[in-house]
Design a protein around this ligand. Structure first.
Ligand code: C2E
Ligand code: MG
Ligand code: MG
Ligand code: MG
Length: 283
């Protein structure tokens, strides 16, 4: 009625209706639908082990091709899913999918490590452990082959329940990674107070190490800090060979970025891994 008053046609009204408020309202249903019909899917981005000179694993990155809006960036719809109270369902769906992919990769690349992002909103939920334990039991996975990535935010280290959950996950065998290290809040508090095995240096720093002297020193120091704390280092956002090689000389353990491989659907990802097994990246 508003639209008709404004002099728009029914068709225009329908189009704007689909594109605006009801899109938000029906988000919950759309997420549920997308997980079932393939609009929501996982892309896998390879991680490169410098010492072994091979792909050692992947990060699972969620994708959403909305039939109305087209592709929606994950950082945008994760926030929406959190608001809509759908982040639990989405996260456990990601776990299930990523486990299937990891099991398929284990036969191709022994020791394959799968990384999964955990929303900060879920980290302190009382139901987190029972939900993940149920998945672990039912799927019969070895938790040591999975890394759970948590972004550094105050929401996590400020809450005893979050720290406890992370400690429990680690006790189950999961590796824990601090994601986007250096760009969140209170990185050092995080390092001091949270159990973690891996530090992922944010691409903000990685993409500047060739040109920025400060960023280069920050990355160098972060690598030695992480190693002193018995953690391994993943550099995110490696886009060219020179950056890839400099990080190798700096003693970085693992690399991730478009230069090594872009996030791709499972079948593509598997093919790329087979190809990379034959031709070494950066040589
Ligand atoms: P993130 O976990 O830090 O993921 C890395 C992001 O950097 C990905 O963006 C990846 O595509 C991008 N990236 C990788 N290599 C390069 C590179 O060389 N250059 C550039 N410019 N970018 C690169 P993406 O897939 O758009 O994901 C964005 C964020 O969305 C993720 O950041 C993560 O915080 C969140 N996210 C993605 N999937 C999930 C999920 O399943 N659950 C949760 N809770 N969050 C997710
Ligand atoms: Mg991540
Ligand atoms: Mg990151
Ligand atoms: Mg990020």
């Amino acid at each position: 009625n508003e639209a008709l008053k404004a002099g728009r046609t029914i068709e225009q009204f329908e189009a704007s209706r689909l594109a605006d408020a009801p899109w938000e309202l029906s988000l919950l249903a759309r997420i549920d639908e997308g997980m079932k019909n393939g609009d929501i899917w996982l892309a896998y981005q390879p991680q490169w082990d410098y010492r072994g000179a091979r792909v050692c694993g992947a990060e699972a990155l969620v994708r959403w091709n909305d039939p109305v809006r087209g592709p929606i960036r994950p950082d945008a719809f994760i926030v929406q899913a959190e608001k809509a109270g759908r982040i639990d369902a989405l996260t456990y769906w990601v776990f299930e999918e990523a486990i299937t992919a990891a099991q398929a990769m284990a036969g191709i690349l022994p020791g394959f490590q799968m990384s999964i992002n955990l929303s900060a909103q879920l980290v302190d939920k009382p139901s987190l452990l029972s939900s993940i334990s149920e998945i672990v039991r039912r799927r019969g996975i070895d938790c040591r082959e999975f890394t759970i990535e948590v972004t550094e935010t105050a929401a996590v280290y400020n809450r005893p329940a979050a720290v406890q959950n992370l400690q429990q996950l680690r006790a189950m065998g999961f590796r824990l990674a601090i994601d986007d290290f250096g760009t969140g809040e209170s990185s050092l508090l995080y390092l001091a107070e949270l159990p973690s095995d891996e530090l992922k240096i944010d691409q903000h720093f990685v993409s500047r190490i060739l040109t920025g002297e400060r960023e280069r020193e920050i990355v160098k120091s972060t690598i030695s800090l992480a190693h002193a704390l018995k953690q391994s280092v993943v550099a995110e956002g490696i886009e060219d060979q020179a950056t890839f090689e400099l990080l190798s000389r700096m003693g970085c353990d693992t690399g991730q970025g478009f230069f090594i491989g872009r996030p791709e659907g499972f079948e593509q990802f598997r093919q790329s891994c087979l190809a990379m097994r034959l031709s070494k990246v950066g040589s």
